[in-house]
Every structure is written in C-alpha cells, then in structure tokens.
Design a protein around this ligand. Structure first.
Ligand SMILES: Cc1ncc(COP(=O)(O)O)c(C=O)c1O
Length: 452
C-alpha cells in the first residue's frame, strides 16, 4: 500500500484536531482524502518471504482482517490519540470490548473487584458468564471507601473495574482514589468510559491502566452501528508481577526474547489481547462499521459539548418541577457528586441521567407516553434524545428490593439528551408534565413543592 502518513499523532495537536486527523493515511494509491473501507478478509503476499515476514509481524502490515485491518488501524490510532493511550483495539460491540479487555488480564481462579454501579449488561456478564469461566467478581458498595476496597482484596485479585460516569445513577467515582488503590494492590485499573468520552475525561490521565468504550454510543453518535474499543494506557507494569500475569512474560517456544513484554514493551497487553484473545474468540469489528465510527469521531467534541449543555439545562428544568423528587445529574450544584464533576469533568457532565417522579410507575408511564421528540429506546449517546423506564426494562430482572436500595425506583426515568434545540426538548417535557398534572393533579401539591 502506498499511503502517506500525515504528521499527526498523539499529543501533537489539540483534541479537536486529533479527532479529525490523528492516525489518518492519505492515498492508498488513488489520492482518496477519506479513509477507505477495506472490505477484504485477507491481504495478498508478494512472495514466499513476504508471507513469512507478515506472519512474523516484521513489516507491521496486515495479514487477515480478524487480526487487523487498515480501516480499523486508522480508527484505532485516532482513539489512541484521543484517550492518551499507546494502542487500541476495535471490536464488534461494547460488550465485546469489556469481555476481551478482562480476558486479556484474567484466567480461571482469578478474582476482580468492580464498583456496584455499572451498566446492567456488564454486571450480568461478570456475575453470570465470567463465573462460568472460573473468574470471580466482587462488587464494592462504596467506591469512596478505601477501607472497603482493601477489605475485599484477595491474594487472587487481578483487576479493578469501574465506570467513568456510572450507570444508571451517575454516582461519580474518584479516579485517583481507585487508581492509587489498584497501584497499591499491584493490579490494573480498567475504566468503562462510554458515558464520558475522552472529550469529558481521559481516565488514563487520572491513573487508569486500560479504557474501554461502547463506541456504539457517543463515539459514533449516529446510532447506526455497534462497536467497541479497548485502549491500553501502556502505564501498568506487567513485568513487575510476572506470577500474577504470566501471559506477558512467558517465553514462547523456549525463546526468552519471545515474550509479549520483550517484543512489544508497553504495548504488550494490547498485542496479547488482540492476537491471543480477540483474534481467537473472533468478535472483530467490520471495517464498514469502523468507517461509520470514524465519521462520528470527527465531530465528537462538538456533539458532546452540546449534549452536556442541553443536559444541564434540562436537569435544571426538571429540578424545579414539583413532581420530581430528585435529579441524578452531577453538573447540578445540588448533586452530591458535584465536587467530583468539578474535579474531573471541567468540560461538562455528559448527557445521560435519571430523574425520579414522585408518582412512581404511573407517572413514569404518563411522561414517557406523552413525549414526542424523545424516542422511547434503550440506547444512549446518540444525537437524538431518548427516554427509558429502567425498572420495567433494563433493570426489570433486578429484584425490587435491590433496585430500591440502589435508587432505581419505580419513578426513575432515564434520559439520554441529544443535540436538538434545547427549547424544543424542554417544550416536549413540558407537554409530558402537563399530561402528568392532568392525570395526577395532587402529586406535586401533596409534596408541597413549588408550583410552576
Ligand atoms: C456503560 C456501557 N458499557 C457497555 C455497554 C455495552 O455496549 P454495546 O451495546 O455496544 O455492546 C453499554 C450499553 O449500553 C453501556 O451503557
């Protein structure tokens, strides 16, 4: 392939420039300005020796699209730059990203700690699927309590997992506290940063070792396809704990220089996760979907800025409604996690949050059935605004007592605020609240809240 690598790379330019240019190649022989979609299963070798060199990894080019693909390579390089990592790996969905990221670290007999506030799909993956692989998860109730982290640490603990903006309550974590604990425990700190995006926070800058995303959400923004990414910060010292993570220092075929650490240095984890976990289990991303992701990435900062601005305006509006008992948006000064938003999220607090209606399920039904602009959907981070009732959908399988304990009550309504006109979104909610007042005239008044 004859392509020109522009002088764009991690750390050379600002975020807005990197999201448009980092990792790009121009040409591939035809002068195409846009990264082409290389829809090909495999790549031709010029000769016998060329085939050998490709398999040895000596010329850094592609062999077969399950191991890597030129379209995906551009998108991976861009995400690496945006997250301040050393390398990235694209996979078919966010769930695949979490799965391969953890399987790159863990094996049967291992234990890991995760914060309790997580996307429900991740919780069930850890609790029900990983346990069948012999990998045990333990949830930490209060991620701000260092003593609890320490109490739950075992000799077999091999990782710590958290979400940058935890689902569904936005109960923000203190990255530095958890990173310091992980460092003390000698294990990597993995962060799912789906709801945050690197525009709002770069977990690696705050001590995370590995970042994962469902790129189906904000990173794409269009909602047209699924994708996932694992970004390696290159900061965790796997070689310091060879007995805990033998996969990186083990010599292959008796050759002491053949270990992943000797061959790939600070990219050892990502290379291992790419070639041993992902290429073998197979959940790779189609170059077609990778191309779609790239189109979204180019406008990430502009979208997330608008998402966050709209979300703050809506959160403020909701907070003033008598029918609403709480709004879980850390951008609000009244929110208990506001201090963490100020510390880690100076550019905004994202756009996915819940609010609780005093009228419970009936009130939630009326509001959700009355909106016209918000789509009733289970998804988030799309340019369109969306609404969902967790208690009867995403969290319907969670016992009611557990739901109530974690603040996922019958009146909780979750929004993913899009980039439409703020006034139109508020007008849509006003219409829904008017319907609510007509259906439940006494709820706001009974609560003694301010009339609107
Ligand atoms: C925080 C988080 N992580 C991971 C996922 C899974 O992503 P995907 O649907 O792309 O598999 C989701 C999906 O909603 C999510 O919200």
């Amino acid at each position: 392939m004859t392509s020109t690598q522009l002088p764009y790379g991690a750390g050379h330019f600002g975020f807005d420039t990197d999201q448009v240019h980092a990792g790009e190649t121009i040409g591939a022989g035809h002068g195409a300005r846009i990264t082409p979609i290389y829809l090909t299963a495999g790549f031709v070798f010029d000769s016998f020796d060329h085939a050998k060199a490709r398999f040895d990894g000596d010329d850094g080019a592609w062999v077969y699209s399950r191991n890597g693909n030129p379209t995906n390579t551009v998108v991976e390089a861009r995400l690496t730059a945006l997250e301040h990592g050393v390398d990235s790996l694209l996979v078919g969905s966010g769930q695949a990203a979490i799965t391969v990221a953890m399987l790159g670290i863990l094996r049967a007999g291992d234990h890991f700690l995760a914060t309790r506030s997580l996307y429900e799909g991740t919780k069930t993956l850890f609790r029900e699927n990983f346990v069948r692989f012999g990998i045990e998860v333990e949830f930490v109730d209060d991620p701000h309590d260092l003593a609890e982290w320490r109490r739950r640490l075992r000799p077999t603990t091999r990782a710590v997992f958290a979400e940058a903006i935890p689902n569904p309550k936005n109960d923000l974590i203190d990255f530095r506290l958890i990173a310091d604990f992980a460092d003390e425990a000698g294990v990597p700190f993995v962060v799912d940063s789906t709801a945050a995006t690197p525009y709002l926070v770069r977990p690696i800058d705050h001590g995370a070792s590995i970042v994962v995303h469902s790129a189906s959400k904000f990173l794409s923004g269009h909602g047209a396809s699924l994708a996932g990414v694992v970004v390696d910060g290159g900061t965790f010292d796997w070689g310091r704990h060879p007995q805990k993570f033998p996969q990186f220092s083990a010599a292959l075929a008796g050759d002491p220089d053949s270990s992943y650490l000797s061959r790939f240095g600070d990219r050892a984890y990502l290379e291992y996760t790419r070639s041993v976990i992902t290429a073998r289990l197979g959940p790779v991303l189609s170059p077609f979907n990778s191309f779609l992701l790239l189109q979204g990435l180019e406008t990430l900062s502009l979208r997330v800025e608008r998402h966050s601005r709209n979300a703050l305006a809506i959160a403020r509006w909701l907070e003033a409604q008598p029918e609403v008992s709480s709004v879980d948006y850390p951008g609000l000064e009244s929110n208990p996690y506001h201090w963490l938003a100020e510390r880690y999220f100076p550019r905004g607090s994202g756009s996915v949050f819940g609010f609780t209606l005093r009228g419970g399920t009936d009130a939630a039904r009326t509001v959700i059935d009355s909106v016209e602009l918000f789509s009733r959907m289970t998804h988030m981070g799309d340019v369109r605004s969306m609404v969902l009732h967790p208690a009867t959908t995403s969290h319907a399988q969670v016992p009611k007592a557990d739901r109530e304990r974690y603040g996922i009550g019958d009146g909780l309504v979750r929004l993913s605020v899009g980039i439409e006109d703020e006034a139109d979104l508020i007008a849509d909610l006003e219409r829904a609240f008017l319907a609510l007042r007509q259906a439940q005239p006494s709820v706001g008044a009974f609560a003694g809240a301010r009339p609107v």
